[in-house]
Each structure stands twice: as C-alpha cells, then as structure tokens.
Ligand binder design. Structure first.
Ligand code: PHE
Length: 393
C-alpha cells in the first residue's frame, strides 16, 4: 500500500489526484484511509489502462466500466454513505477529483486518438491532384453535350440562366397554355406521343417541344425573366432527318420594355458566336407559331459553291430556329399582365445546329452509341467551352 501512495505522490501534472496534504488527511481514520487508498490504486490502474488503450472503442469501454452507471468509481461513490459525515465529505471530494481526472484523461486520449485516426486515413486515401490525366482514357464528350455546353456558355454570358422541366407533360402545358387549343391543327403537326391520363384524368403527353417550360417558368417567376431550357423532346417521327427523341433549346425573355429589336440582336449575336463567323448573315423570315405574335423563322447564310458546304456569307440560306414575341394570351395564361410586360421566345433543334457546325452528315448515329463515331465526332472532356477559353475549336 505504502508503495502505491508514494507512486501517487510522485505523480504530477493534471492526472494527479492526491497531493501531500491528502496523505496527511487520510491518516485520520482507518475506514477513510482504506477508502482513499482504494481510490488511489484505482486511479493508477485506470490511468494506466487509458494510456494502453489503442482504439476509441476501447476508451469508451473503459469509460463505461469506470464512470458508467455500474462503473467502479460510481460504485465507490455509493459506498460513501457508510462513512461519518466529516470523512464522507473528504472522501467524496477525493472521489470527485478522481472521477474528473479519469474523465479528462479519457477525453484527451479520445481526441488525440481521433485526430491520429483521421490523420492516418487522410494519408492512406491521399489523391495526387497534380498527376496528369491517364493517357489511356479514351472517353469523349458527345456532340449533343458539347453543343449544349457551348450554347449555355454563350447565353449565360448574356445573362440567361438555365431552367428545366419534365419530359412527361400535361396536355395543358404542352398545348393549351401555349395558345394551342384542342382541335388546333398545330396539334396534328407535332406527331405527339400520347400517354394514358394520370389519376386525376389529366391527359398526358411526351413533350413535343421545350416551350411548356416557358409556361412553368412564367407561372412561378415574377419578371424580369431570362432563361434558356436545353432538353429532350419527343415526336412520333423517324427517318434520316427525324428521330423520335431529339433535343431543343428554348429561350424566354420577359421584361417591361423588351421588343423585337432585342429578339433580333440576341439571336444575331448568338448565331455569330456559336458558328464562330463574325459577319455571318442572319435573316428573319415572317412565320407563324400559335404562342408568338409576330413570329419569325431565322435563317443563316451559307454557300455550296464548288460542291463544298460552308456556313457564312454566300448565296444560300439555312433555317435554324423559330422565334417571336410572346403572345399576349400566353402571358395572360400565366398570370402576367400583357399591358405591363412583354417579351420574346425562341426554340431551336440542338442536333441540327450541331450537325451544321461540326459537319455531321447523318442524324441517326447520334443515338447509336457506336464507339468509332464517338471517337471521331466526340470532344476532349477537359476542353470545356467558355467565352474566355473559346467556344469554337
Ligand atoms: N416550340 C417551337 C417548335 O418546336 C419553336 C419556338 C419556340 C418558336 C419559341 C417560337 C418561340 O417548333
């Protein structure tokens, strides 16, 4: 016993519960002396165990066995009742100190062990971000994805944000709200895929264009609005120039003073930036869409002189998109006052502009997942198009 008390006395630092004063006091009563010596030896044992514990789990076990509801220190506390009041106070204080010190030792060990475990994991899971990309990686970006990235970069530079909507649409969003009532001939023109109605009996379709996202956006956003909507569209049509699934990008601008001049400026700038031809001729041809008034189709200049097709100044025109000023009835259908707001919208086929820009002759291989076609027409993944870095490579 004596030896243990000595070791306790020689102990210093925050783990030491008993100083020389304690020893003097424990001499006062036999029971108290036993009690204190038990506490001291328990302390040495527990601190030793804390030092030897090698995992956070082991420390937690140790904590429960010492300080838990049935723990050894807790049990000793219960034994205090048998002492007379003076001794009880003294022994109680000592036990409390023991409790605090053991708890602190366990917490400190846990923290440093947690840090060490994290450190070890970080070392093990280290990724060297300075390594060059693996030369054998042969993946490439699909021309559709590349084209969407390019046009997104251009329109975002003009202050547009990207919006999305569902592929399965209600008849209302795809047609009615866009001023295409039932029996309107435009419904037949679009070769719609009809789906069984939903539980409430609402007729559903696969969206035939991205225009329903105009409605969804106007219903939920207070103007000014400036969005583009790249996405999939579906029409029951399949030949060399038509696919039942294809992609469109919609544009919508709504503000108090937006006019046809803005529509023209925006689309001329887009065409020239996208095709990388500064003096590209752009022509607006009167047209008809139920949801715009007036409406215009947009053509770009091209030439086939010498049997070679080229986009730019020339003797020919190519239609690439539909556009117009948003019809007042459409604004009204979305709860926007046409006397206060107006705007323009446009829509274009992404496959079509991709084929024109990159000289891809046939539409069908876009969806064939043929690795040879993807290697030939695909793009380098790290070559992300940006206005600063370049849209045209
Ligand atoms: N939604 C039309 C189509 O699919 C294109 C368009 C969009 C025309 C917006 C005008 C305004 O053909």
């Amino acid at each position: 016993m004596q030896g243990k008390v000595k070791r306790g006395l020689s102990c210093d630092g925050p783990l030491c519960a008993f100083g020389p004063g304690d020893v003097a006091r424990v001499r006062q009563g036999g029971k108290l002396v036993d009690e204190m010596q038990d506490a001291e030896s328990l302390k040495l044992e527990l601190i030793g165990a804390v030092e030897n514990a090698s995992t956070v789990d082991a420390l937690e076990e140790l904590r429960v066995s010492a300080l838990g509801r049935k723990g050894r220190i807790t049990e000793m506390m219960k034994g205090l009742g048998a002492l007379d009041p003076d001794q009880r106070r003294e022994a109680g204080q000592a036990l409390n100190r023991l409790k605090d010190e053991v708890a602190t030792a366990i917490d400190t060990a846990k923290t440093s062990m947690g840090d060490a475990e994290l450190e070890a994991r970080l070392l093990q899971e280290r990724v060297d971000v300075t390594l060059p990309p693996r030369p054998e990686s042969r993946g490439s970006i699909h021309p559709i994805t590349q084209t969407i990235d390019e046009l997104t970069a251009i329109f975002c530079e003009m202050g547009f944000t990207v919006a999305e909507g569902p592929h399965i649409e209600s008849d209302f969003y795809n047609f009615t709200a866009l001023n295409i009532p039932p029996e309107h001939p435009a419904r037949q023109e679009q070769d719609t895929f009809y789906l069984p109605p939903d539980e409430s009996g609402t007729p559903r379709v696969l969206r035939t264009h991205t225009s329903p996202v105009q409605i969804r956006t106007m219903q939920t956003t207070t103007p000014p609005i400036r969005i583009i909507v790249p996405g999939r569209t579906f029409r029951s049509d399949h030949d060399a120039t038509h696919s039942p699934m294809f992609h469109q990008v919609e544009g919508l601008v709504i503000d108090k003073a937006t006019h046809m001049g803005h529509l023209k400026g925006c689309l001329i700038d887009f065409c020239r930036a996208f095709f990388g031809v500064d003096d590209l001729p752009v022509r607006f041809r009167p047209s008809y869409f139920p949801f715009t008034e007036p409406s215009a189709e947009v053509d770009i200049g091209c030439t086939r002189a010498g049997g070679e097709f080229r986009i730019g100044k020339g003797d020919d025109w190519l239609e690439i998109l539909g556009s117009g000023m948003v019809h007042p009835k459409v604004l009204e259908n979305c709860g926007i006052d046409p006397n206060e707001y107006q705007g323009f919208a446009f829509g274009m086929g992404i496959e079509r502009i991709a084929m024109l820009k990159y000289g891809i002759p046939d539409l069908r291989p876009f969806y064939d997942t043929d690795i040879r076609w993807l290697r030939h027409y695909g793009f380098v993944p790290l070559d992300v198009p940006t206005i600063a870095g370049g849209i045209n490579r």
